[in-house]
Design a protein around this ligand. Sequence first.
Ligand code: ADP
Ligand code: MG
Length: 702
Amino acid sequence: MNKAGPASDTFGCYTFSLPEMQKRLPRPIYEAIQATIASGEPLDTGFADEIAHAMKEWAVELGATHFTHWFQPLTGATAEKHDAFLSFADGRPIERFSGSQLIQAEPDASSFPSGGMRSTFEARGYSAWDPTSPAFLVYNEHGGTLTIPSVFVSYTGEALDKKTPLLRSMRELGRSARAVLELMGRPTKSVSATLGAEQEYFLVHRDLFALRPDLEVTGRTVIGTTPPKGQQMEDNYFGTIDDRALDFMGEVEAEAWKLGIPVKTRHNEVAPHQYEAAPLFQAINVSSDQNHLLMEIMRKVARRRNLAVLFHEKPFAGVNGSGKHNNWSLADADGRNLLEPGDNPDQNIEFLFFLAGALRAVHTRAPLLRASIASAGNDHRLGANEAPPAIISVFLGSRLTEILDTLLSGEDVSAVQEQVIQTGLEVLPDVQKDNTDRNRTSPFAFTGNKFEFRAVGSGQSNSMPMAWLNLAVAEALDEMWTRLKARLDAGEERNEAILAVVKEVYADAKPIVFNGNNYSADWVDEAERRGLPNAVNTPAALKALVDEDAKSFAAKYGMLQPHELDARYTILLEKYNRMIEIEAVQAIRMAKTGVLPAAYAQQALMADAWRGVEKCGIDAPVQKEELETYTGFVGETLSAIDAVRQALANAPDEEEAAERAAWCIDTTIPAMDRLRVVCDTLERRTDEELWPFPSYHALLFQ
Ligand code: ADP
Ligand code: MG
């Protein structure tokens, strides 16, 4: 029985999609929107009233009562504030939605973090419609809300969100890639960056989740001992999906399809109760919005089905964490993938050019890419020998590396060109098949016709990682354009000139290429020899945002101004500190109100048993020893609690965000770790019936 019907029947029925606009809007307006979506051209605000009216008619027909601007503030995931369409004309109630309401809204946003920017500039924040991402309808039992993807900016133009920089980076990348193609004699109307985001997550029983305040409050378990059978058997990956998860996925997909999210793939991940969902790729801003939306849908569906979905990067110590692999590429106006090796030498030479551009970008701007994925949660993954390491490098695969190395070793480019075109480049389409040995340990892997930024955390927004990547590639392509132009002006043959630039760029960027095992200890040393940065935790990684060179880079391209980066640095550090401190408080509370009471009961059990045995005239020295040992752990728990408490009490002031973060790293986290070790020891030695929190075993196998 197929309850939901084919996906194509309902796909996009709750989005104000291009076909819907075509039906409802006069042709010139429809065409203007189409142009805006395709190439980011500004939309004539004179059309706003008509668009707003059509949007409202569509939404109200489907049962909407409210509308909201929907944006991505600097902390948290998304924000929205609903207003009813209800209005009054001559005392009569009607539904109204004006162009100005569509274009701009002023949420009472004073509580969103701005890192001091708003007070400095006395500018209030407002949200502005992003016409390049479709509006959609979110249902509740009383109707629906027309949801308008928006950016969130200050009146003086500072970006107070994650999406504004993303849109700016897309504009820059589109411009630079177009210029390159033009110079190569293949002009195109637009180039857009594409994203397919694979989302990993855990599903656990809601009743058990509700008994784990750490999971509820911090997203991860701050205590809890790993079960004997975790994922060691590696029998879960791509295994049969159990019914509970399948029913959940089915409901999520049905909702996602209606909202125009092309969810395509679903499977089990490495850990028990861990899964992945992957939609087809789209323009990055749309994909990024849709990923937020998909996470929202998952949360709601999970709640309905008495499940909890975990997006934290590391909910369970000792068990695989979750990422959000960002598959990234470039497409021209005809949808041609610029990172796809073609079937003729010209196309392949261009492919090598864009590939080299990406290498140069990652090599030059690795610290910013690392900063863009830094968070308290992701710190547990990066460098923890399971996820890609904190060292950013690129996996190219043996075939491509060989081709580029051949190019590099040739003294005379034209000789190599001949050789490469006639031998190497003909086999470039094979690169895609070479995909099988792609390196799962790499933070940034070329997977045949796209790059996969694997180090992004499962709970993070894709917007900033993609924004920095786009901008870095724009910079690399601009620089390569200049080199190519000079060669062409000097009369060099086109393909020869392109290959010469590829060769130069690859020679510089080669240290970023690493095809080996990123988890090995040797790589850390090797990376250091190569001069690759290794920011081992969030505070270290975030420093890249306030580096002078990074600031002038972001300002040069109009993505973010230096004071905006200062503000973001502070906001992200404060967010980090707060998260660590919340975890610490949570750990203390659970130890005091759960672990210790259980331990005292266990002690009483042990003491009673021992005394009873001795009363019978039987010596039980081992039981006594056991009780002494256990009592020792209880004492350690008490002193470990005190150490965490002191770490919190003695932390530097909140205003000293960097010092406070350093304190978290040096003092608070180690104290929490010690507390965890002893709590977990007690858990292994305490009657299961007495233990107040669901065990890992229960969470991961029930
Ligand atoms: P794999 O499973 O081998 O990683 P898939 O083909 O299943 O590869 O793709 C994984 C994700 O990558 C999907 O979201 C897919 O849409 C996306 N993807 C494929 N091609 C591109 C591209 N050109 N640009 C961006 N994402 C892409
Ligand atoms: Mg993949």
